[in-house]
Structures are given as C-alpha cells and as structure tokens.
Ligand binder design. Structure first.
Ligand code: ADP
Ligand code: MG
Length: 320
C-alpha cells in the first residue's frame, strides 16, 4: 500500500462543513460570520507522550483529545483538524485501529479531518485543530482577578497513577489499573464545559503538564497569585485507592503535579458561583472549587485546616 492509497483508505472522507477537504493542495475552511478561528497544535512522540505498543484506537483517540482539550480551554467549538503522521512502516491493523479511535472522537465532536501529511519515519503524530468562538469571547489565561474562585473539572492524578503502575512504583488491583489506564489513554476533552463557561470564567487553561504548573501559567499571564487547598485537589483523584497503597504525599504529588489530566482549570468571580454550577450541570461535567486568586504573586498551598503544605511539586517540562 502506497502513501496515496493509505491516505485515501484511512483518512479521506467526504467533506462536510469544510468547503474543501482532503485531496487538494490546501483545505478550505470558512469561519461563520462574527466568529474567530481558534487554532492549536499538539505533537505526540512515541516513548515521550505515549508508551510503545499502546492500543492504536486509544492512541487515535488521545491524539485528537489532547488537541480538543486546548479548544475547550479557550471555550471554542471544534470545527476541523489536520493530521501529520510519520510512520515507521505501513501496518494496516494499526492504521485501521488508529483511524477508528480518532474518527470516533472526531464524530462525537463533529470535527472533520480536512488534510494533513504522511511520511516515513519514527512514529510521530501531529494534529492541528481549528475551532470557532464568538469574536472576543475566547477564554484566555490572562483574565484571572484577585478574589476569583479557582476551579478544576473532573478528576486529576489518574493518568499519573497509571504511569507509576506501569513503572512499577505503585501496585494496583486489576480494576483500579484498568480505570487508571483508561484515564491515561482516553482523556475526555472538556469541550462542553469550556463553551458553557464563555462569559462566566475569567480565565482558563487545560491541564496537560500538571495542575500547579498549568495554573502557574494562568497566574503569570494574569499577574496574580493563588491559594490552593491541596486536600481539595487530592480528594479529586478519580481512582479509589487506600492510603496504604498510595500514601498521602504521593496522592498530593499525583493530583497536584501528575500531568496528562486534560481537565480544565478556570477562574470565575465568587458572584458567579450559581452560573458555574449551571455550566457544570448543563455540560454534565463535575467541577470542584480548589482555591482562590490573590493579588500577591506566587502559589500558596494549604491543607484542609489552612496550614501551609510544603513539598516540591514540579510539573512536567520536556527540557528541564
Ligand atoms: P502535498 O504533496 O501537496 O503536500 P500530499 O501529497 O502530502 O500533498 O497530500 C495529498 C492530500 O492528502 C492533501 O490534501 C493532504 O492534505 C492530504 N493528506 C496527507 N496526509 C494526510 C493524513 N494523514 N490525513 C489526512 N489527510 C492527509
Ligand atoms: Mg505533502
């Protein structure tokens, strides 16, 4: 199977919303009047972002999910995406699984594949997503204000737990392992929540490298600080696990700095608590208040009784 047959067979589908899809030199995409395009790319490298031998359908899901998560963080609605793929060889079983997993998520979000590039090389997947958001309504990292509440969606730390189980540093029973692996391989991009938070949230970011580091980007962009209840965060580990298997310090480590969560962290004024609760309900996405924004720069971690929590919670950095 050659490059063009491969594209035609696994990646070309009739264009829907796009004016022109796969097959020409460019795709054509028109944003609706009054809308801005929101654009983001994420690259996944074998051995860096996913384990070699991971199920291809799960990898197809994750490759698109991490990109949709960026649109969610901006409050944008997905429209289309491109796929640049580097493959070590043509493995039709792999391609069938990968495209199935990717298109299942794409179809759930009505996000169409409009083009890409396919080359021979180490396994590497780069997706660019295009979304739309009403002019001036995108959620930015820079809008958090002192006094705002700080929230996270869903659960955190589960993907890190799966990674540690893979590394052999924690041992999980079969059920917990399966649940943790599903969270690592098949993250749920919080698109419905992101769009529901337009006009309510003052800032947002998606959690990819670890909660504290990602919230740190919001604080830097907003020129503010925050107080975070470490125990409120630790309580949002999604996998049920006792303290003998996972001591409290590791639970804090995984939830505060675990990475690969693809949840949203966002801020909103205290006066908007009802509106946030409504957005959560409307999008069927649980949210938890984990702290507040303060004028003093820096992150202050406290426990449930308000006492400072010490410890190093480094987020993931490819070059640190
Ligand atoms: P060009 O040589 O002009 O870059 P290509 O031969 O690389 O074009 O690609 C042919 C067509 O197939 C283009 O429309 C391109 O967008 C599309 N395409 C290539 N690879 C992929 C892929 N992995 N997924 C979707 N579309 C792809
Ligand atoms: Mg090309």
């Amino acid at each position: 199977m050659g490059e063009f047959d491969l594209i035609a067979h696994y990646f070309k589908r009739p264009a829907r919303r796009a004016a022109l899809g796969v097959g020409d030199d460019c795709a054509l995409l028109a944003p609706a009047p009054g809308m801005q395009l929101a654009i983001s790319s994420d690259m996944l490298v074998e051995g860096r972002h996913f384990l070699s031998g991971v199920d291809p359908a799960r990898l197809g899901h994750k490759s698109l999910a991490v990109n949709l998560s960026d649109l969610a963080a901006c409050g944008a609605k997905p429209l289309a995406f491109t796929l640049a793929l580097s493959l070590p060889h043509v493995d039709e079983t792999w391609l069938a699984g990968f495209s199935r997993g990717m298109f299942a998520l794409a179809d759930a979000h009505e996000c169409e594949l409009i083009g890409g590039d396919t080359t021979h090389g180490p396994l590497n997947i780069c997706i660019t997503v295009f979304g739309e958001v009403p002019q001036g309504k995108a959620l930015l990292r820079s809008g958090a204000k002192p006094g705002d509440d700080l929230y996270i969606s869903g659960t955190v730390g589960d993907a890190r737990l799966a990674l540690e189980a893979h590394r052999g540093t924690v041992s999980l029973d079969a059920q917990a392992l399966q649940a943790a692996q599903a969270r690592m391989d098949m993250p749920t991009p919080r698109v419905a929540l992101g769009t529901a938070l337009r006009g309510i949230a003052t800032s947002a970011v998606d959690l990819s490298d670890g909660l504290l580091g990602d919230v740190g980007h919001v604080l830097a962009a907003s020129k503010a600080g925050a107080r975070i209840d470490a125990d409120a965060v630790a309580a949002r580990l999604g996998i049920r696990i006792d303290t003998t298997t996972l001591p409290q310090d590791l639970r804090r480590q995984y939830t505060l700095a675990g990475g690969d969560d693809y949840e949203l962290a966002f801020t909103a004024p205290a006066s908007a608590r009802d509106a946030v609760a409504h957005a959560s309900l409307a999008s069927q996405t649980p949210v938890t208040r984990i702290g507040s924004i303060e004028a003093d720069a820096g992150l202050r971690l406290v426990d449930a009784s308000g006492q400072p929590v010490t410890g190093r919670f480094a987020s993931f950095d490819h070059f640190a």
